[in-house]
Design a protein around this ligand. Structure first.
Ligand SMILES: [Zn+2]
Ligand SMILES: [Zn+2]
Ligand SMILES: [Zn+2]
Length: 126
């Protein structure tokens, strides 16, 4: 139990520190002594439910996770995500927003606005 709380704290800290969105595999890789793969997924689910992190599904279908900055009781995201086709990194573009609307008989639960191309790191290398 204490171990699980510890895992949650450490993983949240890790996601908050990361400039880019992180994948469950990456989290597991850096915290092998702390938790197994199943625990990583459970902790991520819980953090999403608590509005501390959000999920971004990459163009190749992989889910990545990034910290939430202004979600308290529900997720409110209208920022864009940038997915780099070379290094596979996903970044929240917090200041770039899109406006959208849906017919009022739909309920939106998750929004994924993802652009793809080359990130600044990869552009500098080429
Ligand atoms: Zn959120
Ligand atoms: Zn890149
Ligand atoms: Zn984001």
């Amino acid at each position: 139990m204490a171990r699980k709380t510890e895992a949650k704290r450490v993983i949240l800290e890790y996601i908050r520190k990361s400039e880019k969105a992180v994948s469950p595999a990456e989290i597991h890789h850096s915290h092998k002594e702390l938790c197994d793969r199943v625990t990583v997924y459970r902790v991520l689910d819980r953090l999403v439910n608590e509005h501390k992190i959000h999920r971004i599904v990459n163009t190749d279908g992989v889910a990545n996770y990034a910290a939430c900055h202004s979600c308290s009781t529900m997720h409110q995201h209208d920022h864009l995500h940038f997915s780099c086709e070379r290094c596979k990194s996903v970044t929240c573009l917090e200041n770039d927003r899109v406006e959208f609307s849906v017919p009022n008989n739909y309920e939106v639960k998750e929004v994924f606005f993802t652009l793809s191309g080359l990130c600044p790191d990869c552009l500098n290398k080429s």
